[in-house]
Write a protein that binds this ligand. Structure first.
Ligand code: GLV
Length: 309
């Protein structure tokens, strides 16, 4: 039996429909069903409350209905021996590509500057159009990062990517290690954070690192808010070392009303919407993984608890 928790009844209703369509024989329940928690073997979750997992004594595994699993890995109500499976892409890569194209085109067309000038009722065209595309640097070449990197490369952008281990990605310069990280920063005009949030990447977007970007570079954070040191970003924007920050994730969500990001003219905020999980595709992965697990095979998206993703 799979217990589904999304924290929103309407949303859960839609997921239940997808499960019914794709796996009519699978018993899927939600909080509404009030069934014995001992019968629950698997849970599919997004953002469960503290101690949520304590209710299920016979749990065999957790399906994260997300790409990021940092919040699950950090919990103290889940034994570390319990397998966690995360979603791979599930429709998110294309949405991230669209989001990042919007940012790249904003910079290329100077639309960020015109939005700022509009607020000042300032009719001031730039002298010319930007002759070149921004050089894109992607931190994190996982399932999503690779797809983003390849698409931008195909569209004629110069793309570098940083990952923990060496890899070949067609059309993309892959950099590894501390030296690779600095090299990437030094030649990036548009830095995209897609790293998993782990002890190794927490606060990685700090002053010492961000100031290695060339003057006038911009940042997009679609990873996790905990990876960014907010005040360091603000000071680099204020000194104009950085031009624009487009932020979709924050260390506290919703972003508190009194946070300086809200009113900063060089910050664009979106409310953690860069990519939605598409239930149809996510359910397909969960159902396939349940089949794999039943056959004793390795599921996809299995989280390595030592790496934290
Ligand atoms: C969203 O942030 C996710 O991790 O899927």
């Amino acid at each position: 039996m799979l217990y589904l928790h999304f924290g929103d009844e309407r949303e859960e209703g839609y997921w239940l429909k997808c499960f019914k369509q794709q796996a009519p024989g699978l018993q899927v329940v939600t909080a509404k069903d009030k069934l014995a928690p001992e019968a629950v073997k698997w849970v599919g979750v997004w953002n469960p409350k503290p101690n949520f997992f304590k209710a299920f004594p016979n749990l065999q595994g957790v399906f994260a209905l997300s790409a990021g699993v940092d919040a699950l890995v950090a919990r103290d109500d889940l034994p570390s021996s319990l397998p966690i499976m995360r979603l791979l892409d599930a429709g998110m890569a294309q949405q991230m590509i669209d989001y990042l194209l919007w940012v790249a085109l904003t910079l290329q067309g100077d639309f960020d500057l015109y939005l700022q000038r509009q607020k000042q009722k300032n009719w001031q065209p730039e002298l010319s159009k930007n002759p070149t595309k921004p050089r894109v640097g992607i931190l994190g070449l996982g399932t999503l990062g690779i797809k983003v990197a390849q698409k931008f490369s195909q569209l004629g952008y110069s793309v570098s990517g940083w990952k923990r281990t060496a890899a070949f990605v067609e059309g993309v310069e892959v950099l590894v290690g501390d030296e690779g990280f600095v090299n990437l920063l030094k030649k990036t005009d548009l830095l995209v954070n897609l790293l998993p949030n782990t002890a190794a990447t927490n606060k990685i977007l700090n002053k010492a690192n961000l100031e290695k970007l060339p003057q006038g570079a911009s940042l997009v954070n679609i990873g996790r808010g905990q990876q960014l040191v907010d005040k360091d970003l603000i000071s680099l924007l204020d000194t104009q070392h950085l031009r624009l920050a487009v932020l979709d994730v924050f260390s506290t969500e919703p972003l508190p009303e009194n946070h300086p990001f809200w009113a900063h003219s060089q910050v664009i905020i979106t409310p953690h919407i860069a990519a939605y999980t598409l239930p149809e595709l996510a359910v397909e992965q969960v159902v396939n993984n349940l089949k794999r697990l039943a056959k004793g095979e390795k599921p996809t998206g299995l989280v390595d608890s030592t790496l934290g993703y």
